[in-house]
Design a protein around this ligand. Structure first.
Ligand SMILES: Cc1cc2nc3c(=O)[nH]c(=O)nc-3n(C[C@H](O)[C@H](O)[C@H](O)COP(=O)(O)O)c2cc1C
Length: 417
């Protein structure tokens, strides 16, 4: 059920006695890693309270079309744009008729009309209502337009009759919804990505930092989301917009970044460390602004934690990818770093006057990488950072598939005679 991970499901609930089953459906969708927003028709609210769906989905339930307040926030168009797919379950006979006619006089119908994403309906009604010629004609019309028909199942009904018209069980609906999505190369994986520079305070107004813009890390975060991963982006100060569906953790100093990474790796499978972490920080950060009383000023610096090496040491089960910015001997230095830090891959890029002059690295939208791992290496030629990020994520996913964390060293082998 990994394809539903990080997906946005808009669940429409209409006025059927089966509406209570959709409470369980929301829970199962969330268990599969999907984000769920619920839209209820007025009919549906007669069967189950919006509060139930609000509590289960973690979001307010949307109900009204002609409501100035909700339209200004998340109205019918933005809800339709938000969703990766729309599932209406249960779908009443009345709703199927509205959908078949292309009506837009209630919120759910308007969203279905405005959406350009897969639309699935799970009919639920009395068996006679389902076999009625009008309902059958509506169902056929909808299917011919590409609407997915999940069920209905046959069996004993709430009214005591037996026949077709039962809503499929939540488990089946989740399974069918999962099959709509293509599997991404990182589906179901949690990936921690660090990005940007760190700032090491000298006093309340000054700091030591570097030129990192964070663009490469943010592009990798977006590419990992595209590949189906749940992404936690731990970022130093940048001026970049946060990619969609990414959980952002903002930090300032190297030590804060270290703490955030260590805490998040407990539940992650992968770390991609692109941040340009300051190697040193002032031993003391003045509590008041330093005055220019003297002709010279000496700052004593101390080493910052090596986040990548420490991450690998403490979390050997996490697949770790480091970045190296080198001014010379790119491949040799990358290989040395690979071994020294005990990580699975290093992506190296050339920086320094000549490289920056040629194409710029910091803040630029293009880059080139040379990626090394224990058994091989690959050059990813100059391309936009977005393109490069996609290629790198594909390469990381491929290496990760064949990777097994090394087992802890075994005890001494005793030979038996
Ligand atoms: C107790 C009760 C149960 C109902 N169950 C269903 C049902 O399972 N399926 C259905 O299509 N209509 C059912 N209806 C009728 C719908 O609630 C009615 O057509 C309503 O207008 C649907 O509105 P909506 O499609 O906007 O939610 C039921 C009505 C009542 C009073």
């Amino acid at each position: 059920m990994q394809r539903l991970f990080n997906k946005r499901i808009l669940l429409g609930v209409t006025g059927s006695v089966a509406a209570y089953k959709s409470a369980e459906l929301v829970r199962r969708l969330r268990d599969a890693g999907a984000e769920v927003r619920v839209v209820m028709t007025e009919g549906a609210t007669e069967f189950v309270t919006p509060l139930t769906f609000q509590a289960l989905s973690g979001h307010p339930v949307h109900r009204h079309l002609l409501d100035a307040e909700t339209e200004a926030a998340m109205g019918h168009i933005s809800l339709a744009r938000w969703a990766d797919t729309i599932l209406v379950a249960p779908a009443s006979a009345n709703f199927l008729a509205r959908l078949a006619q292309g009506r837009a006089d209630d919120l759910l119908s308007a969203i279905c009309l405005a959406g350009d994403v897969p639309l699935a309906v799970a009919p639920a009604m009395n068996q006679q209502m389902w076999v009625d010629a009008a309902t059958q004609a509506n169902a056929r019309a909808l299917q011919s337009r590409g609407v997915l028909m999940f069920g209905p199942a046959a069996g004993e009904q709430a009214c005591g009759e037996v026949g077709p018209g039962r809503m499929q069980e939540p488990e089946q609906l989740v399974q069918q919804l999962d099959e709509i999505f293509e599997s991404g190369s990182l589906s179901g994986r949690t990936v921690v990505i660090t990005a940007g520079p760190t700032r090491e305070a000298i006093d309340p107004v000054r700091f030591l930092s570097n030129h990192s813009s964070g663009k490469m890390g943010y592009a990798i975060a977006a590419a990992a989301v595209e590949a189906g991963a749940k992404v936690i982006l731990i970022s130093g100060p940048t001026a970049l917009p946060v990619p969609e569906r990414v959980e952002l953790v903002q930090v300032v100093s190297a030590q804060q970044m270290r703490d955030a990474v260590m805490a998040r790796l407990v539940s992650a499978e992968m770390l991609i460390a692109t941040a340009a972490v300051a190697d040193y920080r002032p031993v003391q950060s003045a509590t008041k602004k330093l005055k220019k009383d003297n002709e010279s000023l000496t700052l004593e610096l101390t080493r910052n934690p090596d986040i990548l090496a420490e991450a690998k040491r403490h979390h050997p089960q996490v697949f770790c990818v480091g970045f190296a910015a080198e001014t010379e001997a790119l491949v040799e230095h990358a290989r040395t770093k690979l071994v020294a830090k005990g990580v699975e891959m290093i992506a190296a890029n050339l920086v320094g006057p000549s490289a920056v002059e040629a194409r710029g690295v910091f803040g630029n939208d293009e880059n080139a990488l040379h990626v090394v791992w224990a058994e091989g290496e690959l050059s990813l030629p100059l391309a936009s950072k977005a393109r490069l990020a996609r290629d790198l994520v594909a390469l990381i996913a491929e290496r990760y598939t064949n990777w097994r964390p090394e087992r802890a060293p075994r005890g001494k082998v005793i030979k038996l005679r």
